[in-house]
Design a protein around this ligand. Structure first.
Ligand SMILES: Nc1ncnc2c1ncn2[C@@H]1O[C@H](COP(=O)(O)OP(=O)(O)OP(=O)(O)O)[C@@H](O)[C@H]1O
Length: 284
């Protein structure tokens, strides 16, 4: 057994020397020497591939003293110390624009996302429409006067704004800035037309998620069942929905009875975006 360890270590040492280009003479020969006496674990061998000929699955991991010496030796071979900081810096807060045709389950997805996911701020829209029964100012919307809204527009305090059904709507920038500074990701739940405007403003700095039914046929059924529009409005809407999907980065299907899967997919999109090497950075 001891002989096998010795020959494995020796073969590793020779291979390392063979496969690593050292300046001549080798710097710090005494530091490189300890490698000869280490028994390495298979994962290490797989990372230095061609030297695995003499491997045995019975090789033991190095003890604690040898382990730190081995690490030091590897650092010498690497030419620098192993870094203990993160490989990717400054994970930026993500801005997620979520949109979909009426009745597809936009509110249901947002409601569930609030329950299951921490670290998200759901942006509140400012509107000049009157408050509906059951709505809470500052939670459902900021209910403000036309004068206040137009003052905010003039002061460039709105990320976007639009005029719909006789009333103004827009997203105040301050709340987004405040929550981004605290490290929150921001969710903007907007109608498709507002998502189109936001795409022009934010471009690729935000991630755009489109919520859709299983099919257009299903969307039609839902629209009728949930009374989310007249037949004509649906006929007008569908080609427009098809046309607008291209403004989005992801499509999430909210299948009937499978709300949980749709929410999980939105979460996975957020996770994947936050794991990207080149992160989106939104400046508001
Ligand atoms: N995956 C699903 N399965 C079953 N029912 C759902 C699903 N998603 C949403 N619903 C239900 O469908 C109805 C409409 O959903 P929701 O209010 O979220 O739609 P919406 O897209 O926000 O509509 P609108 O834009 O008109 O407000 C609600 O009763 C909701 O509970």
């Amino acid at each position: 057994m001891a002989r096998r360890f010795f020959s494995t270590s020796l073969s590793l040492s020779r291979s390392l020397t063979r496969h690593t280009k050292f300046p001549n003479p080798i710097p710090f020969p005494n530091l490189i020497k300890p490698i000869q006496s280490f028994h390495l674990t298979p994962p290490f061998f797989s990372s230095v591939s061609q030297i695995g000929d003499a491997l045995s699955p019975t090789i033991q991991p190095p003890d604690e003293d040898n382990r730190s010496e081995l690490l030091r030796s590897l650092e010498v071979l690497l030419g620098s110390s192993f870094r203990s900081d993160r490989l990717v810096y400054n994970q930026s807060p993500l801005v997620i624009v979520l949109s979909g045709p009426p009745g597809v389950g936009n509110d249901a997805v947002i409601k569930r996302l609030r329950e299951v996911r921490e670290g998200l701020h759901f942006a509140v829209t400012a509107t000049t429409r009157p408050m509906r029964p059951g709505e809470v100012d500052g939670k459902d919307c900021y209910f403000i006067s036309k004068e206040e809204f137009s003052a905010m527009m003039k002061r460039n305090e709105l990320l976007e704004f639009s005029f719909m059904y006789g009333h103004y709507k827009g997203i105040p920038k301050t709340q987004i800035r405040e929550f981004m500074e605290k490290g929150y990701d921001i969710v903007l739940r907007v109608e498709i037309s507002r998502a189109k405007i936001l795409r022009k403003i934010l471009r690729n700095s935000a991630v755009f998620v489109f919520l859709m039914a299983e099919s257009e046929a299903k969307l039609g059924e839902r629209s009728i069942d949930r009374k989310t529009g007249t037949e004509e409005s649906l006929l007008v809407r569908l080609p427009w929905v098809r046309e607008n999907v291209k403004n989005f980065d992801y499509v999430v299907v909210n299948t009937d009875g499978k709300l949980e899967s749709a929410v999980k997919l939105v979460e996975s999109i957020i996770d994947a975006e936050k794991a990207k090497v080149r992160q989106r950075r939104t400046v508001v």
